[in-house]
Design a protein around this ligand. Structure first.
Ligand SMILES: C[S@@+](CC[C@H](N)C(=O)[O-])C[C@H]1O[C@@H](n2cnc3c(N)ncnc32)[C@H](O)[C@@H]1O
Length: 520
């Protein structure tokens, strides 16, 4: 029960020493509030540290959903002799009438706190209602909303509300949160014109203070009459005197190296139809059924340890993210069951062409039907995603999205079949080994590394994404590295210089055919 409650309310109380260090930093930066608001005050450690640090503040508020915590804060305040009185409110952040309160408070306002560390998906999994009423905060549509881009930390939602409160007035937001949340909130503020005059991110040790294995920070947004700046200085910890980097918004995108951006800008892809398109591996959300291990002969065992006898037709050698990262790409003992060669393709023919495979899929139908993601709804039975002609390219240049290394591996075929990946791997499909070698040499160059480093946030859960990879223009990169002729030859062999609409359609039809042939 305790763990469930901890999860549901993101209950990680800030230790007093950390609370005091946060408030001391605010004072060093010249924060001097008339009003202090702690919007999820818990046991009150940050609220009390702020009261102690800023005796000049006259209006003090603490709000918290948990009545036991409110009672504890009341007890703590009773034994104190502060001249100001504190208004404590046992309410939910999401239901409280903040507008009416904010009309009555004096500037400058300090909103200090540590909102719950939990995502809407985690809350959904335990049927919790501790959520804002409207939750699609980034107004995502279609596939992005379905595949999890709409998953957000509820602190993200709360911080965005606080930015709305503060942006028309003088005040400071000082919140402990996941570093990824801080970046998302800043990005939102910069894009939506809620821009603070100064923003900064101060690293904290979440393992030490909260026993949580996540990158966390103090996010500071200072609103004043000064000019607004779309960047934030990043400090390694609360005692650092100089920032280690500056992140910011450049031409509508958030970059990890605000100043280095100018240098790499010329390599950015502006093309809507690039010569090489980044793809991700196959998504099936059911590794226990769809991934099999081979003993080197023709015997396959699934993850549940069950021996599986099926035709080889739909089995493809696969590499996991970790193997791609370690460049163990020559062979693989793992195989993936590929039921379709394009998204939405009918699967019923498997019954006749590969009856044993059909039987295996049928006997695991319940597990496959349990796949939670809504993308599988209204799809043929045993459907998969991230599959197309590109999955069956004989060569690929691949990178793992999980690993904190900018290294691209050349991957070929194994046992006469193209190697496929799980959906944490990204790749460029290639027709020949020389083509793959050329692309890998371009991508592994120092220039490409510098380019990607301008954008990559290494503390993110998946630092490398398709959005990051597709930013680089391969043709411009080849030119900068003096390999434009090899690159032009590569394009010529692909029949890609320049293609008409009809030719493109033909090329696509031809490559889909390649995928189909593999199953015939
Ligand atoms: C990460 S803890 C931090 C507590 C306190 N701010 C601190 O720094 O020690 C998050 C707090 O948010 C409270 N909380 C969770 N959901 C809330 C909601 N909807 N409204 C108000 N408080 C909430 C939890 O009970 C918990 O005390």
């Amino acid at each position: 029960m305790k763990t469930k409650q901890k999860l549901e309310f993101g209950d990680f109380q800030t230790p007093p020493a950390l609370a005091q260090a946060v408030c001391a930093l605010l004072a060093r930066r010249g924060v001097s509030p008339a009003t202090i608001i702690e919007p999820t005050c818990g046991e009150g450690n940050l609220l009390i540290a702020a009261i102690e640090q800023f005796p000049e503040a006259r209006q003090l508020y603490g709000l918290e959903i948990n009545s036991e915590y409110i009672a504890r804060v009341e007890q703590k305040l009773q034994v104190r002799t502060d001249p100001q009185s504190v208004r404590l409110m046992n309410e939910s952040f999401f239901r409280f009438d903040w507008e009416s309160l904010l009309e009555t408070v004096a500037d400058p306002v300090l909103v200090v706190g540590n909102p719950p560390w939990v995502t809407n998906a985690e809350l959904g999994s335990i049927d919790s209602e501790n959520l804002p009423r409207k939750s699609n905060i980034h107004r995502l549509k279609g596939i992005d909303a379905l595949t999890g881009k709409s998953n957000f930390d509820i602190s993200e939602w709360m911080l965005i509300q606080i930015l709305h409160w503060l942006s028309p007035r003088r005040g400071t937001l000082a919140m402990l949160c996941k570093t990824a949340v801080a970046r998302k909130v800043l990005s939102f503020a910069w894009r939506e014109g809620l821009c603070p005059a100064q923003s900064s991110i101060w690293g904290i040790n979440a393992i030490k203070h909260f026993n949580a294995a996540v990158d966390a920070c103090l996010l500071l947004c200072e609103f004043s009459n000064e000019k607004q700046s779309p960047f934030a200085d990043v400090y390694i910890d609360l005692s650092a005197e100089h920032p280690q980097s500056r992140i910011g918004l450049r031409e509508g995108q958030i970059v990890a190296d605000f100043d280095g951006y100018e240098v790499c800008k010329s390599l950015q892809s502006l093309s809507k139809q690039p010569a090489f398109v980044w793809r991700s591996g196959v998504k099936h959300d059911c590794s226990s059924v769809m991934e099999l291990r081979s003993d080197g002969k023709a015997n396959f065992v699934n993850k549940a340890g069950v021996q599986v006898e099926i035709e080889p037709t739909h089995l493809f050698p696969m590499l996991k993210s970790s193997q791609v990262a370690k460049r163990e790409t020559e062979t693989s003992e793992n195989f993936m069951l590929i039921t379709q060669c394009s998204v939405g393709q009918d699967t019923s023919h498997i019954q006749h062409t590969s009856p044993l495979t059909w039987q295996y899929l049928q006997s695991n139908r319940a597990r496959l039907s349990e796949r939670r993601s809504t993308i599988y709804r209204n799809q043929p039975p045993f459907a998969i995603f991230g599959v197309g002609d590109y999955s069956f390219a004989p060569w690929k240049v691949a990178i793992s999205g999980f690993y904190k290394k900018l290294e691209f591996a050349v991957v070929g075929s194994y046992l006469g079949k193209p190697i496929v990946f799980d959906d944490t791997v990204y790749f460029l499909p290639c027709r020949t080994r020389p083509e793959a070698d050329l692309l890998a040499s371009l991508l592994n160059s120092n220039l490409a590394k510098k380019f990607f480093s301008t954008f990559v946030f290494w503390d993110a859960k998946r630092p490398i994404t398709v959005d990051l990879l597709k930013r680089i223009d391969m043709q411009k990169l080849a030119r900068e590295l003096g390999k434009q002729e090899e690159f032009a030859e590569c394009l010529r062999l692909r029949g890609m210089a320049p293609l008409t609409g009809v030719a493109k359609t033909r090329r696509r039809a031809a490559s889909v055919q390649v995928g189909k042939m593999l199953f015939d």
